[in-house]
Design a protein around this ligand. Structure first.
Ligand code: FAD
Ligand code: NAI
Length: 467
């Protein structure tokens, strides 16, 4: 029986990053993955393929709607969804092959098959050809998550689909009904709306992207409606989704108790994801899960068995690739005796619509709830020279700083390239910068990043320079 110092189960961004870090720290490491393609949800059916399709559809949208204003004449622009999907597959393969290369380079042994605990010290790995038994001193559970669904809805994977099937769709829906106004619904809804689909979003709560600052929800909803023709049904509880002939019908109840019916050709169910532990044999290892099926961990990310750790989507916290990665590094370093730290308040969140939405730290709602005295500053992109040049004048950056100390407590933006801009806010907040600090730092001109400096000046002393 082969023995390792550390066995990681699952090769998503949590698992493969923890394997690399553990190997760097001198451990003998193995990683077990049930699919032949490494990289988990993120690389295969999540972050990477969705961004590939978002980019392709954005090019198409710009060609139709913006090229002429830029002085570029194109005729008969048509989307070729098959080619878009083909390109996406290539991007996914390159990334997944990249992970395989990294495993080799870092001398991590890869086992292909389903990993399942036989005891707290032993797992079996089962694939089509064989069953292998492996032991280790430490285990890291990084088995990720799967799409959730609702009672009354059966995913047929053809017309009633999750993100996994939506990323393989070779037909542009005429009318895509999205259940859930969260990140997946709005990103993938954007892909198809840009390609010409009518998109209707049915959301249970009274706003979209409900975990983000309310100002972002409002502005994103307005822009998706104005630019892409999205229709929103907020405060609607979905009762069922079913096939009727060639159509799919979604019925939902509004806040007055009335039932509405929406008819379309595809329904995307995007109501969150659930931790994935099926077939993992947690009961044989004595590892506990909570009422939501998440593996229970302490502050060191140890499960109820101290030598078994868990990271990423399978535990509490936001289901984000970079959160899983941070935890992967954290656990490898804890096992090696180091004292790493993760500040969960400073894990940024991004929605890759256009404009993009990004956020870090506390929202205005949370500051009010916690009774923290704050001041707010804002800068709109319509006042940015860079944004005017690229015709990206929608959106704003909002900075929330402590009323007395001026420390930045939250940054919320709906902005061109917000996904990249938010990194500066994360660095600022990690180093406990004040709004004045950022307002006094030289930012290159013309850039979108100047808007952050301006919003900080506005939060500091209500003295932006360009607005
Ligand atoms: P996963 O990536 O889910 O990996 C778990 C791996 O474990 C899988 O490969 C699985 O096959 C394997 N596994 C499970 N059980 C076993 C077993 N018993 N034996 C062997 N292997 C097993 N996050 C972002 O930060 N940015 C984004 O832009 C983004 N976009 C997304 C878009 C979509 C459409 C989706 C669905 C998700 C997106 N996410 C994004 C979320 C992100 O994909 C996850 O947070 C991330 O993949 C979690 O990483 P993980 O390592 O915990 O698990
Ligand atoms: P989500 O949690 O972002 O959104 C789900 C939405 O569905 C919520 O707004 C919720 O109120 C709504 N909802 C729940 N039940 C409903 C019902 N019965 N009827 C109508 N609406 C209902 O989950 P989503 O979009 O499925 O994404 C899953 C995870 O994947 C997220 O946690 C996210 O972190 C991650 N992800 C991250 C991305 C990124 O970082 N850019 C992109 C895509 C996914």
């Amino acid at each position: 029986m082969e023995q390792f110092d550390i066995i990681v189960i699952g090769s998503g961004p949590g698992g493969y990053i923890s394997a690399i870090r553990a190997s760097q720290l001198g451990f003998k490491v193995a990683i077990v993955e049930k699919y032949s393609s490494l990289g988990g949800t993120c690389l295969n059916v999540g972050c990477i393929p969705s961004k590939a399709l978002l980019d392709s559809s954005e090019h198409f949208y710009n060609a139709v709607h913006h090229f002429e204003a830029h002085g570029i004449k194109v005729k008969d622009v048509k989307p070729d969804i098959k080619q878009m999907i083909e390109r996406k597959r290539k991007v996914v393969k390159e990334n997944s092959d990249g992970v395989a290369y990294l495993m080799k380079k870092n001398k991590v042994t890869v086992f292909n098959g389903i990993g399942s605990f036989l005891s707290p010290q032993k797992i079996k790995v089962t694939n089509d050809k064989e069953v292998k038994e492996l032991t280790a001193k430490y285990f890291i559970i990084a088995t990720g998550s799967k799409p959730s669904t609702l009672p009354g809805i059966e995913i047929d994977k053809k017309q009633i689909i999750t993100s996994t099937e939506a990323l393989e769709l070779e037909t542009i829906p005429k009318h895509l009904i999205v259940i859930g106004g969260g990140v997946i619904g709005l990103e993938l809804g954007s892909v198809f709306a840009r390609l010409g689909s009518k998109v209707s979003v049915v959301e249970f709560l009274d706003r979209i992207i409900p975990s983000m600052d309310g100002a972002l929800s409002k502005e994103l909803q307005r822009l998706l409606k104005k630019n892409l023709g999205f229709e929103f049904y907020l405060q609607h509880k979905v009762l069922s989704a079913s096939k009727k002939g060639k159509e799919v019908v979604v019925s939902a109840q509004n806040k007055n108790g009335e039932t509405i019916e929406l008819k379309g050709d595809y329904v995307l169910v995007a109501v969150g994801r659930r931790p994935y532990t099926e077939g993992l044999g947690l009961e044989n290892a004595g590892v506990q899960v909570d009422e939501k099926g998440r593996v229970v961990v302490n502050e060191k990310l140890q499960t109820s068995q101290p030598h078994i750790y868990a990271i990423g989507d399978v535990i509490r916290g936001p289901m984000l690739a970079h959160k899983a990665e941070e935890e992967g590094v954290f656990v490898a370093e804890v096992i090696s005796g180091q004292k790493p730290h993760i500040d969960y308040n400073l894990i940024p969140g991004v929605v890759y619509t256009w404009p993009e939405v990004a956020s870090v730290g506390l929202t205005e709602e949370q500051l009010k709830e916690k009774n923290i005295p704050y001041k707010a500053g804002q800068f709109p992109f319509k006042a940015s020279g860079r944004a005017k040049a690229s015709m990206d004048t929608d959106g704003f950056i909002k900075v929330l700083a402590h009323k007395d100390t001026d420390e930045i407590l939250g940054v919320h933006m709906i902005a061109p390239r917000a996904a990249d801009l938010i990194a500066e806010a994360v660095v600022a907040m990690e180093y406990k910068a004040t709004a004045e600090d950022i307002g006094r730092i030289c930012h290159p001109h013309p850039t979108f990043s100047e808007a952050f400096k301006e919003a900080c000046l506005d939060a500091f002393e209500k003295r932006p320079l360009n607005f």
